[in-house]
Every structure is written in structure tokens, then in C-alpha cells.
Design a protein around this ligand. Structure first.
Ligand code: DOR
Ligand code: ZN
Length: 343
């Protein structure tokens, strides 16, 4: 008998869809697997107001395949110029669900990010007051800090203070990659983390040993095995503080296979397949539904989905590349077959 698992339709609580022609190439992958997704605001022109978020949402809806009822949940990009009024408008807007803190220079399209986290206090105060969750790219950008230590350094230098100063603010430590991130989330109320497929499946050897594998390069960078094990333990623990967020981040193949390659793994083609593989390997398939379909909406105070999806234990290989406008998009885990398939 073929093994299969049916769960409540999941949501992706961290997703990059891009804009323009690229958006047309990406959104269908996610709409096939997920009911809703938190859409990252780091476009070339960042989404810094509720008005820009609403317009971007319309473009996403226009790019959806006919008949899809996928719902994009929009976010605001915080800059040094973010105002209390921006937050009020966002909190009042029915389509905006969070605001994202990118330290300036931390990652793709983060040049407009925040350079002075302490100066953000009035904005964070308003977010706490108006119940708008804070999503954090938790990495320092200090050139003196080793890239493998940047998440822990951000927690120590900034996140502990934010947590202390705004005790009621809901915070998501996005794409957690370290034991220290897991410990921080576990130790604090109103604090959660998303976990990506790549950080659950791979460690830094998969990026660097035996040759550089640019399609496994993302930020925060893959860490050593002890950290991967801590993330897996958190994911399968049934603790509602840890939920699904793919961080699927499409970049054209040639921009990743380059002397200075872009950060981001495109996982939207097989997101649930990849997560299911992790949970099966750990003998924890009974914990997949909570992680994928319950804990995210509970944290965001949204209803759980009613539809179901089924995954079948069936091997398939992702294609070498998908088309991406006039270029190509190389999917994550292209080189070895996937073990599960979405029915
Ligand atoms: O690897 C990443 N890619 N990390 C991020 O934080 C941003 C993302 C992107 O937008 O490409
Ligand atoms: Zn991201």
C-alpha cells in the first residue's frame, strides 16, 4: 500500500514572490500547495506603506491561476523613516498582517532597511499598541562578525532588548537557523519562529563540502549540524511557537551561479514534499499538521483552513530548471529525487 498523509491545507508564513514578470512565474507554485502566505515586502522598491501593500496584493491576485482562492497576506517593510502613522494605517488595513525588520545590508533588497534599531522604538511601541506582529530578519550586518555568528549576535545585541522593552509585541524570528534562536523563542512569551525546509534538511557541508553549491546558498546561511538538529527537534516538538515558513526566494539561475551569487533557495515547487520528508525521517508525521497548518494561523490569530491536502510517498525529480521570464529558475533539491508528492 502506498503511504500517504492527509492534513489540513497549510499556509506559508514566509514567502518571496517578487514582482512584475517574475511574479507571474512564481505565484502558481505556492498557490498549488498553500491556502495563504505571508508575503515578504523586500521588492526593489520596498513595500513601506499600506497603500503600496494593497497595490502589490492586487498584482499578486492578478497573477494567480484562474480559479485559485490563494490569499496573500501582506507585510510592511520598516525603514529608518517608518512613522507611527504608517503603522496605524497598516494595522487598520485588512490586508496587512505584520511589519518586517530588515537590518540594512543583511540580505536581498535590504539597502533601505533599518540602520538604527534603537531609534525604531516609537514604531515598535505603536506596533505593540495596535497588535501588529514584528517579523525579524535576525542577523547583524557588522563586517567584523563572522557570518555564521550573525544570528546569535543579533539576538544578543538587539532582540533581547526589543523583547524586554515591548513585552506584549508579537515577534516572529524568521527563518531560525541556530540553537540560540530556538532557545530564545522557547524562553520568551509572544515569540515564535518560522523554519525553512533548507535549514531542516541541510547543514553547511551541503553548501561547501566537495564544491560550492550555490542553490543551497541563502541567508541566514546554513549552519553546522548541531544547529540543524536543534531546528528539527523544535519543528517536530509539537510546540506551537515553531511553524512553517519556507522563505522560498527565487533568483534567476545565472544570478546564483555567479562569482558573487544571490542568496535564496527556491523551494515553492516542492515545499510540502520537503517538510514531509523531514517529519517522516524523524518518525513524526503526526506532528506535521500542527507545524504546517495550525500553529501559524493560531499565532497570527487567523482561522485555521478547512480544506485538506494529501501527500503520497512517491519519488519524483524536480526539473533542471523552470522558466523564469526569459531566464531560468533552478529549484532547490534538484539533484536528488524528492520522496513525497502532493496529490
Ligand atoms: O536567502 C535569502 N533570500 N534570505 C533573505 O533574507 C532574503 C531572500 C531574498 O529575498 O532573496
Ligand atoms: Zn525571506
Amino acid at each position: 500500500m502506498t503511504a500517504e498523509i492527509t492534513i489540513t491545507k497549510p499556509d506559508d508564513w514566509h514567502l518571496h514572490l517578487r514582482d512584475g514578470d517574475a511574479l507571474n512565474a512564481t505565484v502558481a507554485f505556492t498557490a498549488r500547495q498553500f491556502q495563504r502566505a505571508i508575503i515578504m515586502p523586500n521588492l526593489a522598491q520596498p513595500i513601506t506603506s499600506a497603500e503600496l501593500a494593497t497595490a502589490y496584493r492586487d498584482r499578486i491576485l492578478d497573477a494567480l491561476p484562474a480559479g485559485s482562492n490563494f490569499q496573500p497576506l501582506m507585510t510592511l517593510y520598516l525603514t529608518n523613516n517608518a512613522s507611527i502613522e504608517d503603522i496605524r494605517q497598516a494595522a487598520l488595513n485588512e490586508h496587512v498582517f505584520a511589519a518586517k525588520l530588515y537590518p540594512a545590508g543583511a540580505t536581498t533588497n535590504s539597502t533601505n532597511g533599518v540602520t538604527d534599531v534603537a531609534a525604531l522604538a516609537p514604531v515598535l511601541d505603536e506596533m505593540q499598541r495596535s497588535n501588529l506582529p514584528l517579523l525579524v530578519h535576525a542577523e547583524v550586518t557588522d563586517a567584523n562578525i563572522d557570518i555564521f555568528d550573525r544570528e546569535q549576535a543579533f539576538i544578543d545585541k538587539y532582540l533581547l532588548n526589543i523583547r524586554r522593552d515591548f513585552p506584549e509585541l508579537r515577534i516572529v524570528l524568521e527563518h531560525a537557523t541556530t540553537q540560540q534562536a530556538v532557545d530564545f523563542v522557547m524562553a520568551n512569551d509572544h515569540t515564535a519562529a518560522t523554519l525553512t525546509p533548507q535549514h531542516l534538511l541541510f547543514n553547511r557541508n551541503d553548501l561547501l563540502a566537495g564544491g560550492i553549491r550555490p542553490h543551497n546558498y541563502c541567508l541566514p546561511i546554513l549552519k553546522r549540524e548541531t544547529h540543524r538538529l536543534a531546528l528539527v527537534k523544535a519543528a517536530i516538538s509539537g510546540n506551537p511557537k515553531f511553524f512553517l515558513g519556507t522563505d522560498s526566494a527565487p533568483h534567476a539561475t545565472n544570478t546564483k551561479e555567479s562569482a558573487c551569487g544571490c542568496a535564496g533557495c527556491f523551494t515553492a515547487h516542492a515545499a510540502m514534499e520537503l517538510y514531509t520528508e523531514v517529519f517522516e525521517r524523524e518518525g513524526a508525521l503526526d506532528k506535521l499538521e500542527g507545524f504546517s497548518s495550525f500553529f501559524g494561523p493560531d499565532f497570527y490569530r487567523l482561522p485555521r483552513n478547512e480544506q485538506k491536502i494529501t501527500l503520497v510517498k512517491e519519488s519524483w525529480s524536480a526539473p533542471d530548471a523552470y522558466s523564469f521570464n526569459s531566464q531560468t529558475l533552478t529549484p532547490f533539491r534538484q539533484e536528488t529525487p524528492l520522496l513525497w508528492a502532493l496529490k
